[in-house]
Design a protein around this ligand. Structure first.
Ligand SMILES: [Fe+2]
Ligand SMILES: [Fe+2]
Length: 291
């Protein structure tokens, strides 16, 4: 890991609140994805378990991303750095497009495979509505900062050269890597706003412990629902192979533990992990696909 934080762009030193490194543009790309055919299949490595894990993640995105936008937007009047204000606009634009595309993804998936979307996402939607009603704005922003770290770690895995997405249907690979690239571009925006409005390290870490538990709970719930509907819940061989595919030696998530743990260190910053090379690689591949 590169412990130094890359050089940032920003306003004068007294007002600077943005920390996204120079050369990283937080650019909302209004993309649509032709994924209907892929969603009818086990689109990831022809593996029902891995496919269910990623489909389950997608189910949580629209409600989650609305929550992120709301919690960051709440503070937009308090941001004095015009660069960070611009980053917040980029953040909200990117999350807005992600939300739309994953809503289409989820509706198409559920229609194709007979899942009940309301049942799948209802609990999370109610949980987030409860948080908005009962927690303070800074606590909700801390939840956003914590989950944005999860998405940043996942993005790093999905954009790496040995990513599990290389085993995905091409249209799904394109969608997940587009989302991952934009998550990486804006990975410090909620964090910067959190610091700018007085969020503390203690709160950030406290919230991450609870967010980790709730994310694991939500994803497990979605996985169990999907596998039950697919008639594969008690297929132990599938579970064994699937868990190895996630956490085994070259599993989809196996490189994520260390960067996840960095969040708990004092003085953590999302860009201490300099991932700009992954954005450059993605951009050159994307430029060919969208030429
Ligand atoms: Fe997103
Ligand atoms: Fe995000």
């Amino acid at each position: 890991m590169d412990a130094s934080i890359p050089e940032t762009v920003g306003a004068t030193s007294t007002t600077k609140q943005a920390s996204t490194p120079s050369g990283v543009e937080i650019k909302p790309r209004n993309r649509s994805h032709d994924i209907a055919a892929a969603l009818q299949q086990d689109w990831l490595d022809d593996n029902a378990f891995l496919t269910a894990v990623f489909n389950g993640m997608s189910i949580t995105f629209p409600a989650g991303e609305k929550f992120f936008i709301d919690s960051v937007r709440h503070y937009r009047q308090d941001i004095t750095d015009p660069v960070l204000q611009e980053h917040v606009r980029g953040f909200c634009g990117q999350e807005g497009f992600h939300r739309r595309e994953h809503q289409i993804y989820n509706e198409t998936l559920c229609a194709a495979r007979g899942y009940d979307l309301q049942k799948l996402e209802g609990k999370l939607t109610r949980r987030l509505a409860w948080a908005q009603k009962n927690l303070s704005p800074i606590q909700n922003l801390a939840i956003t900062v914590a989950i944005e770290h999860f998405t940043a770690v996942l993005s790093e895995l999905l954009l790496s050269s040995d990513s599990v997405m290389d085993k995905a249907h091409s249209s799904m690979r394109e969608l997940w890597r587009w989302h991952a690239a934009e998550e990486m571009e804006h990975k410090s925006v909620a964090f910067d706003v959190f610091l700018a409005v007085g969020g503390t390290e203690k709160l950030r870490i406290f919230v991450m412990r609870r967010a980790t538990f709730l994310i694991a709970l939500e994803l497990t719930r979605a996985l169990i629902y999907i596998l039950r509907k697919d008639g594969k819940l008690f297929n132990l061989k599938l579970w064994f192979k699937g868990l190895a595919g996630l956490f085994g030696k070259q599993g989809a998530f196996s490189g994520g533990l260390q960067p996840y743990k960095e969040f708990y260190t004092e003085g953590f910053h999302p860009w201490q992990q300099d991932t700009r090379h992954l954005l450059t690689e993605w951009a050159s591949e994307d430029a060919i696909e969208f030429a």
